[in-house]
Design a protein around this ligand. Structure first.
Ligand code: SPV
Ligand code: MN
Length: 640
């Protein structure tokens, strides 16, 4: 157990001070020199925090350390072997998803407060979290992870460098898979002090009162100082600071403050038409755990595979900017890996993910079911039924399935799951079979379309295309979807999730909307927007559209529309495909189902317009263009 210094919650300490060091500065210096760290600002950062966190040892990590760290983690019982050179880890049972309530953005500017960003005054929050962290890594090794969130050589590199300090070896293993980790990325910085400083302290997970009014966790982005302070978790985005803390919250703040780019929770794909050789690039936002990974890794349906190829760039984050060389919007995926939702991933839904986390991938699974005898993993939807023979199988908590009453072993009922619904696989991009040959281009790729979507039972049609920057931004801001298991809280409840950035917004929504308009306004060639929904259900709960690889058909229509090969039909909510414009070759779908997904329900939309008004009204100072787009849509309804 970790001994935390007892620090009363509300006492604000002064600046970090030199305390009795259990590791001498000279020792730390020697460790860093031996590992090739030449960046003095990195050294100073590490020394300062070593003094505060009081770890027993400091270790600088590069990607080449993976094999050794894996062996050490296996020996320590932190991870377990999975057949085929893969690994499995369990997180603490109350630490299985992002905590939105305990995530804060702190700055010195009250105008950064938004409706959703949980803004705090950094003068108050920073010392509070620093105080909680005091001595927090005592007895542990503190890993120093220098990383880059970008394919190197791009125009946004100056915003991409970071150093994460973490006292979790498993977090280090995740970071190696999810970010480009290496000393060289920090040594070669033109401005040596220009990197995001990330501090992750696991904390005493047994005593953090997670999910209670006394919750002790803090996941803070001190955005105007480019400082990330995460205390009290070792799970996913709470702990891997390159991903959403830097890649989304910090980067979106940086893009805004520098008036130069957008950082969004977007997937990014390419669709190649083999007949014409044209590659279309589409990026887009879907709330966490809404199938972005499946979409980005999709294979074309068999009947279209002769003609089209889908390339994967990324499944969770895109940084977007206007390239001055051609005036177009460009995007790249700053990540190095995939932290994908395991649930329902199988050869049918996402064969590329199965392969990418398959034999030889060094994938790291978290909170799935594990069989130490056979070294297999399993999760709900991996196969239609759980393994017949339950012997050896442990659920995500580590409890033996065979210890359960017979009727709860393979019931599939809520609460009887073998894997946690937010269980994940972590694997590097290089393992993804359909990775684009352009995925490592520093400049990224030109964007043809931006799409938004989420799980919506009714109302949202399969696809509706939207022209105009303000109309597109308005659509993103009014993205609504059913909540998923990616965050702690209620699943299935409909909530607005602007641009799928609700949990990652770092400044006010009004300024965010204006920044979007500013960036888009600088592009001489406009992308087309679309809103998609693969998740419409009938009264019995059956999905009306088959989804997965068939989703390509909707995107192909969008490209046809953008290039004048399709006209669609104008509706109040955008342009809908005509049935005969959708490529249905080889698809078995009932006419009535097709009609349903390609039409809109006026009544539901009328109610939606009222809800939207309430939603947008929270954002004081929202640009007039966005309100105009809203009024235009309302007016279009009154004309039908
Ligand atoms: C998400 O929840 O949107 C994720 C996973 O991408 S995590 O990194 O945990 O945030
Ligand atoms: Mn995500």
């Amino acid at each position: 157990m970790i001994l935390l210094n007892p620090v009363p919650d509300l006492i604000v300490l002064g600046p970090l001070c030199e305390r009795g060091l259990s590791m001498q500065e000279t020792e730390i210096e020697a460790t860093m020199v031996a590992k090739g760290v030449t960046n003095d600002a990195v050294k100073a950062f590490v020394k300062r925090w070593t003094a505060h966190l009081d770890p027993a040892a400091v270790e600088v990590v590069s990607a080449e350390d993976d094999a050794r760290l894996l062996q050490e983690a296996l020996a320590a019982g932190e991870i377990f072997e999975v057949a085929g050179g893969r690994y499995f880890a369990r997180s603490y049972s109350k630490d299985t998803a992002r905590s939105e309530e305990r995530t804060f953005v702190a700055t010195s500017k009250p105008e950064d407060k938004g409706a959703y960003n949980n803004w705090a005054d950094s003068a108050e929050l920073k010392p509070r979290v620093e105080a909680l962290m005091a001595g927090g890594s005592r007895g542990k090794t503190m890993y120093v992870l220098p990383y880059l969130m970008a394919p190197p050589g791009g125009p946004l590199d100056q915003w991409a460098a970071g150093v994460e300090l973490t006292d979790s070896r498993v977090v280090a293993l995740h970071m190696i898979r999810m970010a480009r980790v290496g000393v060289e990325f920090l040594n070669r910085l033109p401005d040596q002090a220009n990197f995001v400083r990330g501090v992750h302290v696991t904390g005493d997970l047994d005593n953090l009162e997670q999910g209670t009014p006394n919750d002790k966790r803090y996941f803070a982005t001190v955005a105007d100082e480019r400082l990330l302070l995460h205390y009290g978790s070792s799970y996913g985005g709470n702990a891997l600071l390159g991903k959403i803390a830097h890649g989304l919250r910090q980067a979106s703040y940086d893009g805004y403050a520098s008036d130069s780019f957008l950082a969004e929770q977007f997937m990014l794909i390419g669709i190649r038409d083999k007949q014409t050789g044209r590659v279309y690039h589409i990026c887009g936002g879907f709330p966490s755990a809404s199938g972005k990974t499946n979409l980005a890794m999709m294979h074309p349906p068999a009947s279209l595979a002769d003609r089209y190829e889908v390339y994967f760039f990324g499944d969770d984050i895109a940084w977007i900017y206007v390239n001055p060389s051609d005036g177009r919007l460009y995007a790249f995926n700053p990540e190095f890996g995939v932290f994908g939702v395991a649930k329902d991933t199988n050869e049918g839904t996402n064969p590329n993910a199965v392969y990418a986390s398959g034999e030889g991938s060094r994938a790291l699974f978290t909170n799935v079911a594990y069989n130490p005898n056979t070294k297999e993993v399993w999760w709900e939807g991996r196969t239609s039924e759980p393994p017949e023979d339950v012997s050896g199988w442990l659920d995500w908590r580590g409890d033996a399935i065979s210890d359960r009453p017979a009727d709860r072993r393979r019931s599939g009922a809520d609460g009887d799951e073998w894997a946690h619904p937010n269980s994940r696989f972590t694997t590097t991009l290089a393992n993804v079979p359909n990775l684009s040959p352009e995925a490592n281009e520093g400049a990224g790729v030109p964007i043809d379309a931006i799409i938004f979507g989420g799980r919506v039972r009714e109302r949202e049609p399969l696809i509706r295309a939207i022209r105009g920057n303000a109309e597109g931004v308005y659509d993103g801001l009014t993205l609504g979807a059913e909540a998923t298991f990616a965050a702690e809280g209620k699943q299935g409840v409909l909530r607005y999730d602007p641009m799928s950035m609700r949990p990652f917004l770092s400044y006010s929504e009004a300024a965010y909307a204006q920044h979007w308009l500013n960036v888009l306004g600088r592009a001489s060639q406009k992308p087309i927007f679309a809103h998609v929904n693969w998740f419409q259900r009938d009264a019995g709960g059956r999905y009306i559209w088959p989804g997965y690889s068939e989703n390509l058909r909707a995107l192909l229509w969008l490209m046809d529309l953008a290039e004048g090969r399709a006209q669609g039909e104008l509706s109040p909510v955008g342009i809908l495909p005509r049935q005969d414009e959708l490529n249905l070759q080889g698809l078995d779908i009932a006419d009535s189902d097709l009609e349903r997904v390609l039409s809109i329900n006026q009544e539901l939309w009328q109610q939606e317009m009222i809800n939207r008004e309430e939603h947008l009204s929270q954002f004081t100072g929202l640009p007039e263009e966005i309100w105009q787009a809203h009024r235009d849509m309302k007016a279009a309804f009154s004309r039908v």
